[in-house]
Design a protein around this ligand. Structure first.
Ligand SMILES: Nc1ncnc2c1ncn2[C@@H]1O[C@H](COP(=O)(O)OP(=O)(O)OP(=O)(O)O)[C@@H](O)[C@H]1O
Length: 274
């Protein structure tokens, strides 16, 4: 079942600037998808179209088969949660608990159900120990997890994470990967915008590439990162191991360490590097 469908969507901002053109995409329940592309390609605009913050200038965006043009932003965002690129655009409470509680509370949740929802969301986002903190006393990277937790608490069908990897260290990256897996295991659709290509290779089967307002590829990580025309048009670089494998002339289309090692050893056995 498709949770979000974009049908030939074009969107122009009020100043007349067209940010996305003729987008057609579909995201199924339980899918985890990376959305990548150069700065200004139109990724954030696409995300905002998918959760009703923006409406298409032409074409249609369907969320669970309902046209967002005939729904309020509040209705759409109950199904599609969007975690802003900058958590400071999202956070407005002076304690983490209150921030996470706000969304489900506005949906009418109360009492122990509300409390359990807050704790569960904080647990998934790895910030259960920070519930009494003022978000602005926490580092930027942790504030991102506060924003993620407050969106998780809405129990949407789909979540869009806008550059969650920016500003994260290795531990933070692992937490994001774990959050995405946890959401997917609950049958949620997760769409993640990121500039970290190794993170993409390590975590996603499906990769949507945008360049110059359009989708130029919607394929597996291997097909994207070994397609020179796509990489060039989207100004993307190969992940480091793929790049190294290419420089060494290793066979196949290497993506990860296991593949690199086996390609290297195979080549070595043939005597190329002996
Ligand atoms: N409110 C706005 N009014 C006019 N133009 C805008 C507005 N917001 C974004 N844009 C323009 O739309 C284009 C697409 O922006 P968008 O943020 O969707 O790209 P992006 O792929 O998410 O980029 P980044 O990776 O830098 O976040 C950019 O050229 C941007 O300057």
């Amino acid at each position: 079942m498709s949770i979000i469908t974009l049908e030939d969507v074009t969107f122009s901002y009020p100043n007349g600037f067209t940010a996305v053109e003729n987008l057609s995409l579909s995201f199924a329940a339980g899918e985890s998808v990376a959305l990548v592309g150069q700065n200004g390609a139109g990724k954030t605009s696409t995300a905002k179209l998918m959760n009703g913050l923006l409406r298409p200038s032409s074409g249609r965006v369907l969320v669970k088969d309902v046209d967002t043009a005939s729904s309020t932003t509040a209705q759409v965002s109950r199904s599609v949660g969007y975690v802003f690129q900058n958590p400071d655009d999202q956070i407005f409470h002076n304690d983490v608990y209150g921030e996470i509680e706000f969304g489900p509370k506005t949906l009418g949740m109360t009492g122990s159900e509300l409390e359990e929802t807050v704790y569960a969301a904080a647990e998934i986002a790895g910030i259960a120990g920070d519930l009494d903190e003022n978000p602005y006393n926490l580092p930027f990277s942790t504030r991102k997890f506060v924003a993620i937790a407050s969106t998780i608490a809405m129990n949407c069908d789909a979540f869009i994470l806008d550059e969650p990897t920016a500003g994260q260290d290795l531990a933070g990256m692992k937490t994001i990967a774990r959050i995405m897996q946890s959401l997917q295991a609950r049958g949620k659709t997760v769409i993640t915008i990121t500039h970290d290509m190794q993170f993409v290779v390590d975590n996603f089967e499906r990769v949507v590439v945008m360049a110059n307002k359009r989708v130029i590829a919607d394929a597996s990580a291997r097909d994207v990162f070994w397609n020179d025309a796509v990489l060039e048009e989207a100004m993307l670089t190969q992940p480091h191991l793929s790049d190294l494998a290419r420089s060494l002339g290793l066979p196949g289309s290497v993506l990860d360490l296991d593949e690199f090692t086996s390609a290297y050893l195979d080549t070595d056995r043939e005597g190329t590097y002996a």
